[in-house]
Design a protein around this ligand. Structure first.
Ligand SMILES: [Zn+2]
Length: 103
């Protein structure tokens, strides 16, 4: 592909999160983090016969994982078809359904 005329710059998106370790033992360090789309990925946990997906980031300070939201059903379905560890680059819709507002 050739760019004939550059479009507007894409800045992606970012959200403010606190490292809590939610969903992963709650052992987070409490750091306040600006988490970018590239930092997020999908994880899953298996409970009885159900597999649940989560949108997760890894704290750059302590390395603990924190689950911040559940992916939308459509996003989760796509992720399961494409393998379970796709980064969610540029996909704020993955979070839109369940993300809690940042105070
Ligand atoms: Zn941390």
């Amino acid at each position: 592909m050739k760019i004939l005329k550059p479009g507007r710059p894409q800045t992606g998106y970012s959200i403010k999160c606190t490292c809590t370790g939610a969903g992963n033992g709650n052992g987070g360090c409490g750091a306040k983090l600006l988490v970018e789309a590239a930092d997020l990925y999908l994880t899953h946990s298996h409970c009885r016969d159900e597999t649940d997906g989560y949108v997760t980031f890894k704290c750059s300070a302590c390395g603990v994982l924190t689950d911040i939201a559940k992916p939308t059903a459509a996003a989760w379905e796509a992720a399961r078809k494409n393998g379970l560890h796709p980064a969610v680059h540029g996909r704020p819709d993955l979070l839109a359904a369940t993300q809690e507002p940042t105070p």
